[in-house]
Design a protein around this ligand. Structure first.
Ligand code: FAD
Length: 393
């Protein structure tokens, strides 16, 4: 399976955070790349994203750390409050103490801003070609190269293919073949406010999570503090796959009824919510086959409770490029080495994200127990608890 690693382009399906990070990382190592995005333009949804110190280590390797940080907001802490009593359950300081422990910051940013930074880096690199309105339908791995087929009947040839086409990946269907994603029974409503539209007494510089029975509500500032991000999550039997659809506020009110006025007053500020039906998959060990591999949500879709999906996709990109550069003439071996490097770490995040979701949404005695356990923890205990995640890369 040897030959021509840098002569033929590496094809990438999907231009989200994962696809763009992969294109940039591979081009940095001298690989020509052709990236195909199904939409008419490269864009991210209008919502916030949390970035742990692990993504900043990855971004540093991509030369983009400072640019991403320039648009972001660095909260001073992350706190959990009980949505029924209002009591502070636990607070993790995210300032100097955190930075010193993890050798990196914790930040929150608008998805558009991190996506735009990656897009600009790709646009400025002449090893990368970016093509929109190119919906990947299928591929053929011929052993010496890969042929990609688009839905409009067109084709593209390359030395290898990286499927970065998200949760409902077409590329994954052929490699893993594990059907549709698992619908978790949890729904997220998201919205972004201008800072001036947030009541002054409710605006907080921190990431605040209100944990309620079968619900939670998170808010934090975005874009240097100019915006404010809101995410409300609740359990629902709704089974359809909804992604970024306009959402019905009445349903939200029914689930948050009886919660603290701070929660309800903030929810009231929103005129239009967008809705996501949250899904994940079981972790798998094999996501590379011959000259084709997967990255980001296509490889290891996870619930958002550890706020790590985009962080993991960016880490993937760095490791994929490292392994490809170490064996440019044997990309199938490089892809196996990349998967070997990544599957246990990403699998752990997939599994632990579910556990954190249970914790946030606990009811009755389980909620009391959560509050007691978390309340007894020192900041150092909290740092140690996430060292496997934030300390790794
Ligand atoms: C409510 C919520 C909150 C979250 N919060 C965080 C957080 O705080 N921190 C964090 O790190 N992560 C968070 N995540 C996870 C994060 O959003 C995802 O893990 C990340 O965006 C995945 O990036 P990706 O590039 O792998 O996939 P995607 O962002 O899904 O991008 C896939 C791209 O491929 C394109 N595409 C799809 N199919 C095709 C095709 N057939 N042909 C061509 N193009 C195609 C799509 O149009 C899209 O542009 C959150 C997710 C949710 C739902």
């Amino acid at each position: 399976m040897a030959g021509n690693g840098r002569n033929q382009p590496i094809l990438i399906a999907g231009g989200g955070i994962g696809g763009l990070a992969a294109a940039h990382a591979l081009a940095q190592k001298g690989f020509p790349v052709r990236l195909f995005e199904q939409s008419g333009e490269f864009r991210e949804v209008g919502a916030g994203i949390q970035l742990g110190p692990n993504i900043f280590r990855a971004l540093e390797k991509l030369g983009l750390r400072d640019e991403v940080l320039a648009d972001a907001w660095q909260p001073t802490g992350m706190e959990m409050r009980d949505a029924l009593s209002g009591d502070l359950v636990h607070r993790i300081p995210l300032g100097e103490e955190f930075f010193a422990y993890f050798n990196g910051p914790y930040a929150v940013t608008h998805r558009h801003d991190i996506h735009a930074t990656l897009l600009k880096a790709c646009q400025n690199n002449n090893l990368i070609s970016l093509e929109t309105r190119r919906r990947v339908a299928d591929y053929e791995d011929g052993g010496e190269g890969v042929t990609l087929r688009f839905e409009d009947g067109g084709t593209a040839e390359g030395g290898a293919l990286v499927g970065c086409d998200g949760m409902w990946s077409r590329v994954r269907e052929k490699i893993v073949g594990d059907g549709k994603p698992r619908v978790s029974g949890h729904i997220a409503y998201r919205a972004v406010l201008r800072r001036e539209d947030v009541p002054t007494d409710l605006w907080r510089p921190d990431v605040v999570l209100w944990a309620g029975p079968r619900t939670h509500f998170v808010h934090y500032p975005l874009r240097r503090g100019e915006l404010y991000n809101l995410v409300a999550v609740f359990h629902s039997d709704r089974y359809v796959e909804g992604w970024n659809e306009e959402a019905d506020a009445e349903t939200l009110w029914a689930h948050f009824k009886g919660q603290r006025p701070e929660v309800l007053r903030m929810l009231e500020r929103i005129e239009t919510w967008r809705m996501w039906v949250l899904c994940d998959r079981e972790p798998v060990k094999e996501w590379s086959k011959g000259r084709v591999t997967l990255l980001g949500d296509a490889a290891h879709p996870m619930l958002q409770y550890l706020a790590q999906g985009a962080c993991m996709a960016t880490e993937d990109a760095v490791w994929l490029a490292e392994k490809a550069a170490a064996a440019p003439d044997d990309l199938p071996a490089a892809f196996r080495a990349y998967q070997e490097q990544r599957y246990l770490r990403t699998g752990r995040v997939q599994i632990m994200a579910r556990v954190y979701g249970e914790f946030y949404h606990a009811r009755g005695v389980a909620a009391e127990l959560r509050n007691q356990m978390l309340g007894a923890r020192t900041p150092k205990d909290a740092y140690e608890g996430v060292a496997w995640l934030y300390g790794g890369m």
